[in-house]
Design a protein. Structure first.
Ligand SMILES: Cc1ncc(COP(=O)(O)O)c(C=O)c1O
Length: 430
């Protein structure tokens, strides 16, 4: 029987930890230390974390204010029944409702984005007494069975051994760069074509669930599209569930992405950084009206955990005091200018809304043919070797997803852009 060195964490990880997906080269990175936008693996290799720990550490890794708040809370109270509450939990609810669009008034805490979306779907069905839910093409709302029902990606849906429920349906969204016309107005017209008929053919629609700006591929629909969809759904009494799990808490250069469009959702869902990185915290906020008939049936055991809430509260305060929402907006512009300035033939589109978005890579800028899988893997590997932690996503799997902590500096972005320049040139020549 072979034994594993008790100090070889990477070997122990391979032996004991189950991961449904990782990139074949360089992953997983077992991180031993993290600070701000930088992380170090168990071998001491340094990385610039352009994933913010999977879009969570909005104020930066191990922010001292979060560490202090969490440390204090650990010595006061950790966990209480969902029937009761704790000071940080109540204060976090108050803070969120104060910052969120004025249409939501109360917060229900759970433990993850998928679960919080399921709570939202349940609330919408209970309130309207209707079963159907519309979701956006390319939308992502989580991988538990209920949230998968409204997640568009076939790859993920198939993982649940289709078919899922038949009552939910997708509605098209404008993808300006790949639309027939290539213009915002044309893309909006294409996406709206037939939409009213689609809604009319589903008279039992309780709600539309949507990210105001789609994180997968960084798709921000033109404002005209959101205005039209919002009008059409209101005329039919269809609720709007805004999934701000990823777009919330400053990511898009506004505290919530709904603000870009003046959207007033009936239900708003948050997660990811809501715990300041402590974990296991998500929220479903709803209007007083919708809350009235809401019956959860149960409350998630760890929903609203005191330590997670203290971490989240400290993170939100850091975001506000350090003006990180404004920094996200400015750094998104810097990313955009620096990426276009490379004039690289493989850069087809650059889409940043604050620090959500990315760079779409193509083999040919005229035809917009997606860059090949082999080249994309090499790009990722090359960036990884240079200490750049990124992920690749998008409808066609060709968007470098760049969502660092909101505290990133222009100098750190320039460091990434320099690595990208070397990478694209090297991979093209290989
Ligand atoms: C928009 C959106 N909704 C829901 C989820 C699911 O959240 P969780 O992974 O915490 O269940 C995610 C996670 O990436 C997300 O980006």
């Amino acid at each position: 029987m072979s034994s594993t060195d008790p100090d070889d964490i990477e070997a122990l990880d391979r032996k004991y930890v189950m991961r449904p997906w990782t990139h074949p080269k360089g992953e997983p990175v077992i991180i031993a230390k993290a600070k701000g936008c930088t992380v170090w693996d168990v071998n001491g290799k340094e990385y610039l974390d352009l994933t913010a720990g999977y879009f969570v550490n909005n104020a930066g890794h191990c922010h001292p204010r979060i560490a202090a708040a969490v440390t204090k809370q650990v010595n006061e109270v950790l966990q209480v029944s969902g029937k009761h509450g704790t000071i940080p939990m109540v204060k976090l609810a108050q803070k969120l409702i104060g910052l969120a669009p004025k249409s939501v008034h109360k917060a229900f805490f759970s433990t993850g984005g998928s679960e919080a979306n399921e709570v939202a779907l349940k609330m919408a069905r209970q309130y309207t007494k209707k079963p159907d839910i519309a979701y956006l093409a390319n939308g992502y709302h989580g991988l538990t069975l209920g949230s998968l029902e409204v997640t568009a990606s076939e790859k993920y849906r198939e993982s649940a051994a289709k078919p899922l429920g038949k009552d939910n349906y997708a509605i098209p969204i404008p993808y300006v760069y790949r639309s027939k016309s290539g213009t915002p107005a044309g893309a909006v017209a294409e996406a709206l074509d037939g939409l009213e008929r689609l809604f009319d053919s589903h008279p039992n629609t309780a709600a539309i669930i949507a990210e105001p700006i789609q994180a997968v591929g960084g798709l921000a629909p033109p404002a005209e599209w959101w205005a039209a969809v919002d009008k059409i759904r209101k005329e039919r009494g269809i609720l709007l569930i805004a999934d701000e799990v990823q777009t919330g808490l400053g990511r898009t250069g506004k505290m919530f992405a709904c603000e870009h469009y003046g959207l007033l959702p009936d239900i708003l869902v948050g997660g990811k950084g809501l715990s300041g990185g402590v974990g296991s915290l998500a929220v479903t906020c709803a209007s007083d009206e919708i809350v009235k008939p809401f019956f959860g049936g149960t409350t998630p055991t760890s929903g609203g955990n005191a330590v997670s809430a203290a971490g989240g509260l400290a993170m939100i305060e850091a975001i506000i005091d350090e003006r990180l929402v404004e920094n996200a907006a400015a750094m998104g512009r810097h990313f955009t200018e620096a990426a276009w300035a490379l004039k690289d033939p493989w850069i087809g589109d650059v889409r940043f809304i604050g620090l959500l978005g990315g760079i779409e890579l193509v083999a040919d800028r005229n035809s917009k043919a997606v860059l090949g899988k082999t080249e994309l893997a090499k790009v990722k590997d090359h960036l990884h070797d240079q200490g750049m932690l990124i992920t690749i996503s998008g409808l066609h799997g060709n968007v470098l997803r760049l969502q660092p902590p909101l505290s990133i500096t222009a100098a750190q972005i320039d460091q990434f852009i320099a690595a990208l320049k070397t990478t694209l040139t090297a991979v093209r020549g290989s």
